[in-house]
Design a binder for this molecule. Structure first.
Ligand code: ZN
Length: 431
């Protein structure tokens, strides 16, 4: 059933993608320069608003309204205030609706750069070496955002536009809660399908499933003492390590074959429990009073975030009774991700169109990717029953040092998305 669009239009769209290639890299550099870590997303959101305006669209701010969202099953407990951090959405409206509507979604937030002195070039100064662009967020997922933007622009350059409503959503907090995506999804009309150009596993792939995630913070308060009376004190750091060892045991248990869902078969160690942050102690010669662990606990398909949260409570409760804690006080808090796992529909027409378009422009197949991390795609799949095609450029070292994205792969994804938009939405002459 290929293409309601004729070969001439396809050719014109692909030529327009080629013509925009260099310009799109300059756009990506500008976006990577915005150091949009948690709470500092504003410059990237403003950059997106400018990009949408330049495309002739009217960007609209969509706040994360905690009171309105907190009853939603996809909502995660906030880490910080949403003041001044509104998402940016732009909507293309066709003259006549012939095709199916579409959401193009991407997150502007990036994870912290880590040890900056380990980077070859500074993380927020994009650099091109050996056909790759380096920078924090270049791969995850600013290149993906620029891909969908460039795809849309390519249609216009070719004298065309989608013949259906297209929403473009630039969201915050994909990396810690997903509340930005949830707020936009709830605020906007339900669309027929979603494309999210998130980076895959380092080879051409499309997300077939993803784990859920729960974040938790464990604060341990010991009893300080001068180290010469060490036995009189209770060391909060040592007590915290005793708690962490219980989570390591839980991780081993959760990765046993009988707990792994069929959609993750063949994936090595799909349920990851990460001790991501630790703060604690006051002085080398004082028994530590307080320590805080920041944990990320994966949720296998078939399990739920609610049940994993209960597991975490149970583990911490059991640790309280553990002699190794020597009466240290333990406080458990849940902030950040409370996300259920999901399986994406690989037979959905948008997925088939994306796969066919990718094969057409590259000669390669997109493999199915059951991901041990998550994306914003879950919201549309779980709470709207909408199909999601989640596939993006070749990114390396995401969340690591010297994160990069392959420049040819950005172009491949751009062209595949452009053809997918044209086929899904249909096209009409641009004004
Ligand atoms: Zn991402």
């Amino acid at each position: 059933m290929t293409d309601g669009i004729d070969p001439g239009a396809r050719r014109a769209i692909l030529e327009a993608c080629d013509a925009l290639r260099e310009d799109s890299l300059r756009m990506l550099e500008r976006l990577v320069r915005c150091a949009s870590t948690l709470g500092r997303e504003q410059s990237a959101l403003e950059e997106m608003a400018r990009i949408y305006e330049d495309m002739g669209l009217e960007p609209r701010r969509v706040p994360v309204d905690v009171d309105a969202l907190k009853g939603h099953p996809g909502f995660s407990p906030p880490l910080m205030s949403y003041e001044g951090r509104d998402n940016v959405v732009a909507v293309h409206r066709p003259r006549g609706t012939k095709g199916r509507s579409l959401v193009l979604q991407g997150h502007v937030d990036v994870v912290p750069e880590g040890a900056e002195d380990e980077w070859t070039t500074p993380p927020f100064e994009p650099a091109i070496r050996g056909g790759r662009m380096y920078g924090r967020g270049a791969g995850d997922m600013k290149a993906g955002i620029i891909s969908y933007v460039t795809a849309f622009r390519a249609l216009k350059e070719a004298g065309l536009q989608p013949a259906a409503e297209v929403q473009m959503q630039s969201v915050i907090e994909e990396e810690c809660s997903g509340n930005g995506a949830l707020a936009c999804m709830v605020a906007m009309p339900k669309a027929d399908a979603v494309i999210i150009p998130e980076p895959g596993p380092g080879l051409p792939a499309l997300y077939s499933a993803e784990v859920g995630v729960v974040w938790a913070f464990v604060t341990v308060t010991g009893r300080p003492a001068h180290v010469r009376d060490k036995q009189a004190g209770v060391n909060a750091i040592e007590a915290a390590m005793a708690i962490w060892s219980r989570f390591e045991a839980y991780e081993r248990e959760m990765n046993r074959a009988e707990h792994i869902h069929a959609s993750f078969r063949g994936v090595n160690h799909p349920v990851n429990v990460n001790l991501g942050t630790i703060e604690g102690g006051e002085w080398n010669s004082s028994v530590a009073t307080r320590a805080r662990l920041g944990l990320r606990v994966g949720v296998m398909m078939g399990n739920t975030a609610d049940r994993v949260r209960a597991d975490i409570e149970r583990i911490v409760d059991a640790a309280r009774d553990d002699g190794a804690l020597r009466g240290a006080k333990v406080k458990l808090e849940f902030r950040g991700f409370h996300a259920d796992p999901c399986v994406f529909d690989m037979q959905a027409p948008i997925v088939r169109i994306a796969m066919r378009s990718y094969a057409e422009v590259t000669g390669n197949e997109l493999r199915q990717y059951p991901a041990t991390g998550l994306t914003d795609g879950r919201f549309f799949q779980l709470y709207q029953g909408r199909p999601v095609a989640c596939f993006g450029p070749d990114a390396q070292e995401i969340h690591g040092i010297d994160e990069s994205v392959g420049i040819d792969s950005i172009h491949d994804i751009t062209r595949a998305i452009a053809l997918s938009i044209a086929e899904w939405c249909g096209v009409e002459k641009a004004l």
